[in-house]
Design a protein. Structure first.
Length: 488
């Protein structure tokens, strides 16, 4: 069995010359083998540095996530001096679930380190005493901060005991981010649409400046041919040029371009990727489905009301794939399936309106893929359902009776699952002309919304049966926001 690819570290950012100077002041020596900054203080100063596996000179270095932030270093030292590790080791010996989670953290640490080079000498060695002992809280806290909540259970426990809040700066000399936010741009290029978010980011927080969407149908015909259509590529590149100009006009300092299902599936994606790089001057990240799911989750929960109970099931229905992510503060279980509105429309829903036989075939495929999803994500654990992306926001706008796109009304809206399923069935059964007359449906979604509605309704029915949840929420924040937040 192959180990699933890890998603990107959620807070990782490049190390600058100033970072090296700050770390020298933090630890009293020059940090060697610096790869990146895995986590920052709210002010922007380095908190955890990610190092290469072999230091200059060839010395193996097992602690690839090294805690440098003085306030947290001191907090971990106090816990160790107070004998907290004794209790943690006892807890580890007695709690089977904690042991399993700690062993998984150990495996994740090694896999993460091996991304930067495998050193046979280090073999199964991680850091901090993992996988069976608690020996160094500094290493475990560093791992936890880098991965985010749930990344290392003992590190999480230590940070909680010490009262560490990464949204509060306790640096003697706060970094530049304390004074000045950075302006970034996130671009999400999916199967049906390409979207842009320009935002100011600072200390893990984000303020939106502009948000744009163009329906370009990049994934037209990919399910059938395995290739990106030349006209679809040109439509998408035209939108990319528009976005490049908007970035220049708004003084954007950093751009991140993420491509998902259609680009993943296409044999000729290199043609498209090269053209985008020429326009924007940045590498295109063709992310695996697992990372797409992680980004969707982070974006969706970033604006979720605090009183909505977890674990949350975030559902992201795209043109080529649907992502399922379960978690509270952090994604715990996730899967990306080849179940998208464009893919199913092109494969099954060929009549107007779709025939009973076509709908039955599409539902059979949806059920098959939901069986697959249920193997990876435990639907019975779901306490709340949060839907994101175009299909779901469109159905929500329809239920709200909106005649124009009003994200402030759509975001956070909730309806009973019975109401949503009924609305989905109405839309899916309508002929194209009737769907086109519904003002809540964007013209670029008219021919694929029926498939999206079949997917959404069936997911909600399955999740409700498994968990007993009776309502679903809609979030306007999604993978696009997750991409931008990773730059914060």
């Amino acid at each position: 069995m192959t180990t699933p690819e890890l998603p990107a570290l959620p807070y990782e950012s490049p190390a600058t010359e100033r970072d090296l100077e700050v770390m020298y002041a933090q630890v009293g020596r020059h940090m060697r083998g610096v790869h990146s900054i895995a986590r920052r203080c709210a002010c922007g100063n380095p908190a955890v540095v990610r190092t290469v596996t072999l230091l200059p000179g060839g010395t193996p270095f097992p602690t690839s996530l090294y805690l440098t932030l003085p306030s947290v270093v001191q907090a971990m030292s106090r816990l160790e001096a107070d004998g907290e590790m004794v209790g943690m080791n006892e807890q580890l010996a007695q709690d089977t679930e904690l042991r399993e989670a700690y062993a998984q953290a150990h495996d994740r640490y090694i896999q993460r380190r091996n991304q930067l080079g495998v050193v046979e000498h280090l073999a199964n060695t991680s850091a901090g005493g993992m996988p069976t002992r608690v020996k160094c809280l500094h290493a475990l806290a560093g791992h936890s901060l880098a991965e985010g909540p749930g990344g290392n259970p003992i590190g999480d426990l230590a940070l909680e005991k010490a009262g560490v809040d990464m949204n509060v700066c306790r640096c003697e000399e706060p970094g530049e981010l304390q004074l000045k936010p950075r302006r970034v741009a996130a671009i999400d290029c999916g199967t049906n649409s390409i979207r842009l978010l320009i935002a100011d980011v600072q200390g893990g927080q984000m303020t939106q400046i502009a948000r744009e969407m163009r329906v370009v149908r990049l994934g037209y015909g990919v399910d059938r041919t395995g290739m990106l259509d030349p006209e679809a590529i040109e439509r998408t590149l035209a939108a990319t040029r528009e976005y490049a100009q908007l970035c220049r006009d708004n003084g954007v300092e950093q751009v991140r371009f993420v491509a998902t299902s259609a680009t993943r599936d296409a044999e000729n994606r290199d043609v498209f990727v090269s053209a985008v790089k020429e326009i924007l001057g940045v590498e295109v990240e063709v992310v695996p489905g697992e990372e797409e799911a992680q980004l969707s989750f982070r974006g969706a929960v970033s604006t979720l009301a605090k009183d909505i109970p977890g674990p949350h099931l975030v559902i992201d229905i795209g043109g080529g794939s649907t992502e399922f992510v379960l978690g509270s503060e952090r994604a715990e279980q996730r899967i990306s399936t080849d179940m998208g509105s464009v893919r199913l429309s092109e494969r099954y829903l060929l009549s107007d309106p779709p025939s009973e036989a076509e709908v039955a075939a599409a539902l059979a495929e949806i059920d098959r893929l939901l069986d697959e999803a249920a193997q990876a994500v435990d639907f019975s654990r779901v306490a709340s359902v949060v839907g994101v992306a175009g299909t779901i926001t469109t159905v929500t706008a329809y239920l709200l009776g909106l005649e124009s796109y009003q994200p402030e009304k759509i975001n956070g809206a909730s309806f009973s699952i019975c109401e949503i399923v009924a609305a989905c069935r109405e839309i899916a059964a309508a002929p194209r002309e009737k769907r086109a007359a519904i003002k809540a449906i964007h013209p670029g979604r008219v021919d694929v919304i029926a498939a999206g509605c079949l997917i959404y309704a069936r997911i909600l029915e399955r999740v409700a049966d498994a968990s007993g949840v009776s309502r679903a929420y809609t979030s306007e924040s999604d993978i696009l926001d997750g991409i931008a937040l990773q730059l914060a």
